[in-house]
Design a protein around this ligand. Structure first.
Ligand code: IMP
Ligand code: MG
Length: 334
């Protein structure tokens, strides 16, 4: 039997998928952790044994010695890949025999990176070559992982991997977020891959293997990119400061706003979410302001409890019980 759990970001990336992956790896019995989309535009910040790690390609499973795979839905920059392996080894995380790359994943070349740095400004891309690599993949002129001799020791065939294990239990972690999805995000201010839970299945995972979908949101919203996102108001700068809202990949300051309930409901529905984690509750606690947008109106709350009560009630109507909703106020725990 093959079983798949998915971690998907319900907003614009940076909601703390890394932390949720880390939590699930600790308590679950996963045989594989799979990154299912994106390239090194992603930045996962993980606190492990008191140390801070930022990974771009390699999934969180490696911190627990779980075989970690960069899937066929991803694009891979070999330079960054080897740099990351070195960083993990230096940080005391063993990688030998634990990291794999789908042989049909596509490659980000030096040319892709140069092009993205030159032309990605309109969208405010991370400049990591993601868009050009996916364009060449779909244009059928791309280079695949199996074409690169240096990557040979890491290559696997995902079909053989899923089907050869008697009881594979896969944790599939997404990159970026629903609001940046190529189809469902605010086009053209999107990334070039499928960020939804459906995107996980594109990595050779049969739909009937899908068990739980962990949706990750922030209790407020952030966005990095070139469109205007942050409204006027001092509170939003405060959110960014207290929340340390700087991109893990590019160091850019993230724009902030209150959480949008309708966008969240849409993301929960389309991704088939079964569990929701709201991160960074500690940030609103520190600034002492509780609000969200509902049906285009700002709704303010007296305190944390009132806001949580409102959210819990709404998610119940979407079939998500209170016991599957987590409000996290810690960098290390959910
Ligand atoms: P690209 O993915 O580098 O092409 O960038 C497209 C858009 O997605 C830009 O607005 C980026 O800032 C955003 N983006 C890409 N990766 C991430 C991420 O991991 N977190 C947040 N935003 C991201
Ligand atoms: Mg990130």
């Amino acid at each position: 039997m093959l079983k798949t759990d998915v971690i998907v970001d319900l907003q614009y990336g940076d909601c703390g998928k890394g932390k949720v992956a880390h939590f699930l790896c600790q308590r679950g019995s996963y045989t594989h952790v799979l990154r299912y989309n994106g390239g090194c535009n992603a930045g996962h910040t993980i606190f492990h044994k008191g140390k801070k790690f930022i990974t771009h390609h390699i999934p969180a499973g490696v911190f627990f010695g779980i075989p970690s795979i960069i899937g066929s839905g991803c694009v891979l920059d070999p330079v960054q890949f080897f740099r990351e392996i070195e960083m993990l080894e230096k940080g005391g995380v063993p990688t030998k025999g634990k990291i794999f790359i789908a042989e049909n994943a596509h490659i980000i070349t030096a040319k892709h990176k140069a092009e993205d740095r030159k032309r990605g400004g309109k969208i405010g891309t991370t400049g990591r070559g993601n868009g050009p690599a996916y364009r060449d993949k779909y244009g059928r002129t791309g280079v695949r992982a199996k074409d690169i001799p240096r990557l040979r020791p890491y290559l696997i065939d995902l079909y053989k991997e899923w089907c050869s294990k008697k009881n594979a239990n896969v944790l599939a972690e997404g990159a970026q977020g629903f609001g940046l999805d190529i189809d469902w995000g605010d086009y053209p201010f999107v990334t070039s891959s499928h960020c939804t839970s459906a995107g996980a299945l594109l990595n050779g995972l049969p739909p009937k293997s899908l068990a739980n979908v962990w949706g990750v949101a922030k209790i407020y919203e952030t966005y990095v990119g070139s469109k205007k996102f942050q409204p006027a108001g001092r509170v939003f700068n405060k959110m960014a400061d207290v929340g340390e809202e700087f991109g893990a990949t590019t160091g850019r300051r993230r724009q902030t706003n209150w959480m949008n309930m309708q966008n969240l409901e849409r993301a929960i529905f389309i991704n088939g979410v079964t569990h929701v984690v709201f991160n960074k509750v500690d940030v609103l606690k520190e600034i002492g302001a509780w609000a969200l947008y509902d049906k285009e109106k700002k709704v303010s709350f007296k305190n944390e409890k009132d806001m949580q009560g409102f959210i819990v009630k709404r998610l119940k109507t979407l079939g998500i019980p209170k016991s599957r909703i987590y409000f996290s106020a810690s960098k290390e725990r959910i």
